[in-house]
Every structure is written in C-alpha cells, then in structure tokens.
Design a binder for this molecule. Structure first.
Ligand SMILES: Nc1ncnc2c1ncn2[C@@H]1O[C@H](COP(=O)(O)OP(=O)(O)OP(=O)(O)O)[C@@H](O)[C@H]1O
Length: 308
C-alpha cells in the first residue's frame, strides 16, 4: 500500500462578481491531480508559480478543502475525516514552509517555537520538554543555548533548521516541503538540502518536495510530477524526465536549469531548439499524463514566460 495516494484531486475557488457577489466562475487551482508516494520515497512536484503546487500540498494536509477527489494516507481517505479525526493524522504529516523569515513567530523563543506542536499532543514536564527540544536542535545542528533565542538572532539557513526541527518533533511519516530552500542564499541551499537527505535516512521519512526549480528537485527526488495550470502534465523517474522530457512545459523547465555539466549542455541546447521549433510550428498536439488533449496554441498565448 502506498503511504500517500492522491486521486483526481480538485480544488476550485469561487470567483464572485456583480452587486450580489454571486459566483461567476472558479479558479481551478488544482484540477484533477493524481499521484502516489511510497514509504521512504522522495517525490517532487514542480511547476511555475501559480500552477497549483502549494494548493495541492495544503489540500493533502486538509488545510484547504478539496472540491473533489481523495487523499489516501495509509489507506484512509483524509478528505472524509472530521476535524477531530484529522488531528491524529496531522501529527504524521508535517509541512516545512518556504520562507523561514515569516513562518516563525518573531515574538517566540526557539524553545516555544519547537515545543508548540509537541504541546498539542503530549504532556511533558518543562524539563522533559526542554530536553526533547534540545535533542532536535542537536539533530538539526544548532546549539542547546539556541532555545533561549528569538528567530531574528539566526541566519536564514539556521531559521529553516528551526522550522525543520519543529516539523520533526512529532515524528512525522510524511514531510511536505514547500520550496524549502528558495528563500535562502544559494550557498546555504545545498547545505539544507543535504541535511534534509540525512534526516530522511535517520528518521525514515517520506518527502513531498514542492518547487519551481527542476535543478534542485532532480538532486533529491526519485520521481517528479510536473504541474501546469492545476494539472499534472507529466510524471516519471527524475533522470528520465530530465534526459527525455515529453511535454513542452517540462522541456522548458529542463532548458531553464543552470547546469555546467558539458554533456548536459548539449542536451539542453537540443531541447531549447526543439521547444522553439514546436512553438513556431504551433501545430503539434499534446496530451497531459491522463491522455487529455492539450491546446498548444492556448498554451503559448497564455504563457507568461518568454521563450528560452
Ligand atoms: N484561497 C485562494 N482563493 C482563490 N484563489 C487561490 C487561493 N489560493 C490559491 N489560489 C490560486 O490558485 C492558483 C494556484 O496557486 P498555488 O499557490 O497553489 O500555486 P503554486 O504553484 O504553489 O505557486 P507558487 O510557487 O507561487 O507558490 C493561483 O492562481 C492562485 O492565485
């Protein structure tokens, strides 16, 4: 059984208009997404800004309500659970957020920030709690004295480590990491990513990585799903996706990876030329991963990013 199975997930937000604020249309943020994650696997969800990646993550955690579809976690459909039933599962699925600057309450000390989720589930004495927090600080490479400090006293990379320690305290099975390094300096990014990989081994974690940068995702992920406008347009093994992208949007993401490997440069050049040709001809028919036809003309017209 998969640890997580997302089936035909849809999240539509109503757009209201007119003096009576009636629903005139819907933003189809997630529009029929399906994928599975096995225990211990790292799955990457990539796509440009607004493609629906974060909404998918939030809908898995039931932080946003699914309009339709199912989210099975260890075989249980989370969409059907009541708030109190969901509490049990919320412990098993934790989220690491993009921005370590805004996701930590600046008025709270590290002790309280890390212990907060713990307090919702366990009754520990202050000394036990302190010990537990210090153990996780040690796991993420921060000193025991850090517990007395406030978020602003740390660097970006250290703050992200605090966020990670916070996510770990409840011993989750699945971690949803929403752009965990994109707000960090490039020099710190690799450090945090390697560190997340080490933690995966130590705690037997399963990761759902959300990001726009296929270059980052490919280092970490066994499999990748490419999202475009609320749909998963391509899915596969990371290396296969990189060396042989099928969908035009995936090709664009591959072409955008900054890479100094010479053998990859040639590959990228080929992909760039191919993308350009396909755009120019504008006649090819594309299909998303479920076999639904894709209108390239519409795709081209609506695409915000300039051609490579
Ligand atoms: N609460 C909401 N109400 C209405 N529309 C929303 C809401 N949340 C998200 N959206 C819209 O849904 C679409 C998908 O947003 P989402 O944040 O999931 O994309 P994303 O791929 O994660 O982008 P980013 O990388 O910028 O976070 C966007 O068009 C966004 O404006």
């Amino acid at each position: 059984m998969s640890l997580l199975k997302v089936e035909d997930l849809k999240v539509h937000y109503p757009i209201r208009g007119g003096i009576f604020r009636t629903v005139v249309d819907y933003v189809r943020s997630v529009d029929g997404v399906s994928f599975e994650l096995q225990q211990g696997e790292t799955y990457g969800l990539v796509g440009e800004s607004g493609s629906g990646k974060s909404t998918t993550g939030k809908a898995i955690l039931q932080l946003t309500k699914a309009t339709a579809g199912s989210v099975y976690f260890e075989g249980k459909n989370l969409v059907k659970l009541s708030k109190s039933e969901m509490r049990v599962y919320r412990k098993d699925i934790q989220m690491i957020f993009q921005d370590p600057y805004s996701s930590l309450n600046p008025k709270k000390r590290v002790l309280d920030l890390i212990a907060e989720p713990l307090r919702n589930y366990e009754r520990l004495s202050p000394s036990e709690e302190k010990k537990r927090v210090q153990m996780y600080l040690d796991k993420v490479g921060l000193t025991p004295e850090s517990i007395h400090k406030y978020p602003h006293q740390f660097s970006g990379g250290q703050r992200q480590r605090i966020g990670i320690a916070r996510a770990l305290t409840l011993k989750p099975k699945l971690i949803i990491a929403d752009e965990p390094v994109s707000a960090l300096d490039v020099s710190v990014q690799a450090q945090v990513l390697n560190f997340l990989q080490d933690l995966q081994e130590e705690f037997n974690l399963t990761y759902l990585f959300i990001g726009h940068d296929l270059g980052v995702i490919r280092h970490l992920c066994d499999r990748v799903g490419v999202m475009y406008r609320g749909r998963l347009v391509e899915e596969g093994n990371s290396e296969d996706i990189l060396s042989n992208p099928q969908h035009i949007y995936t090709k664009r993401l591959v072409a955008a990876i900054p890479d100094i490997r010479p053998e990859f440069r040639d590959e990228k050049l080929k992909i760039r030329q191919e993308v350009k040709r396909e755009y120019e001809q504008n006649s090819a028919t594309f299909f998303d991963h479920t076999g639904r036809p894709y209108d390239l003309k519409k795709f081209t017209d609506s695409h915000r990013v300039a051609l490579p």
